[in-house]
Design a protein around this ligand. Structure first.
Ligand SMILES: NC(=O)c1ccc[n+]([C@@H]2O[C@H](COP(=O)([O-])OP(=O)(O)OC[C@H]3O[C@@H](n4cnc5c(N)ncnc54)[C@H](OP(=O)(O)O)[C@@H]3O)[C@@H](O)[C@H]2O)c1
Length: 210
C-alpha cells in the first residue's frame, strides 16, 4: 500500500484529502495543530506548528520508525489574516509567512530523506496575481513565493516530483477569518481533494491550476 503524510490534516481540504486517500487504500499519516480534528482511519496522528522547524523534524523522526518510505507528502496547512500590510506588525507578518510559505519549505526539508525515489511533494497554493485587494497582502505574498520555490526545487531535486496546486475558492473554515461570504461558486472540500488527486495522476507540470 502506498504511504502519504498530510500536513494540515485537520483543515477542510486536508481532512478531505485524508479521507479520499484512505478510500483509495493508501496508508495515511496526519499532522496538525489540533490533532483531534484529524479524521479517523489514519495510521497515526502527529502534532506540528508551522512556525517551528523542529516540530516538522520531530514528526519526520517519529515517522522514520514507522515506515519504509513515503510516496506522497501534501502540505495542506494555510491561513489568512485580513489586515492591511502595514498594520500587521512583525509578528503577524511572520505568522502569515510561517503558515503559508515557511511551513511548506519545512515540510519538504524534513521529509525529503523519507521520500521514495519518484515520490511527490504537493503544496496547496492560490492565484496570488488575482489577490490584489487591500488586506490580502501577506497571504498573497506568501502564496506568490511558493511558485518559484516549487519550480526551482523541481529542477534541483530530480529524484522527486514537485506540484503546486493552485486552488479556486473552497468552502472551508478558511473563510471564517474573512469578513466576506464564501462565494457561491466555491468548491466543496471533497471536490477540491478529488481535483488535487486527479491532477496528480494526469498532469505533468509543476504548477497546476485547478
Ligand atoms: N479555502 C479556500 O478557499 C482556499 C483557496 C485557495 C487556497 N487555499 C489553500 O488551501 C490550504 C488549505 O486551506 P483550507 O481551506 O483547508 O483551510 P482550513 O480549513 O482553515 O485549514 C487550515 C489548516 O491549516 C492548519 N494551520 C493553520 N495554522 C497553522 C499553524 N500555525 N501550524 C500548523 N497548522 C496550521 C490548520 O490546523 P488546525 O486546524 O489543526 O489548527 C488546518 O489544518 C491553505 O494553504 C489555503 O491557503 C484555500
Amino acid at each position: 500500500m502506498p504511504t502519504a503524510l498530510i500536513w494540515g490534516a485537520s483543515g477542510g481540504i486536508g481532512r478531505a484529502l485524508v479521507e479520499q486517500l484512505l478510500a483509495q487504500n493508501w496508508t495515511v499519516y496526519g499532522a496538525a495543530r489540533q490533532v483531534d480534528n484529524i479524521p479517523n482511519g489514519v495510521a497515526q496522528r502527529f502534532s506540528f506548528d508551522a512556525g517551528k522547524l523542529s516540530s516538522f523534524q520531530e514528526v519526520a523522526l517519529l515517522l522514520a520508525h514507522e515506515i519504509d518510505a513515503l510516496d506522497r507528502v501534501i502540505y495542506a496547512a494555510g491561513g489568512i489574516q485580513y489586515t492591511k500590510v502595514l498594520e500587521l506588525g512583525q509578528q503577524n507578518w511572520h505568522n502569515m509567512m510561517n503558515i503559508n510559505l515557511h511551513g511548506a519549505y519545512y515540510s519538504i526539508e524534513a521529509t525529503l530523506p523519507l521520500m521514495r525515489d519518484g515520490g511527490t511533494f504537493v503544496v496547496l497554493g492560490a492565484y496570488p496575481e488575482k489577490i490584489t485587494l487591500p488586506r490580502f497582502g501577506a497571504y498573497a505574498s506568501a502564496k506568490a513565493a511558493l511558485q518559484p520555490m516549487m519550480e526551482i526545487l523541481a529542477k534541483e531535486q530530480r529524484k522527486h516530483v514537485f506540484r503546486l496546486m493552485r486552488l479556486p475558492a473552497v468552502n472551508t473554515p478558511f473563510w471564517e477569518s474573512l469578513p466576506i461570504k464564501v462565494p457561491e461558486y466555491a468548491l466543496s472540500p471533497s471536490t477540491a481533494a478529488e481535483r488535487i488527486l486527479n491532477a496528480l495522476e494526469h498532469e505533468q507540470q509543476v504548477i497546476i491550476d485547478l
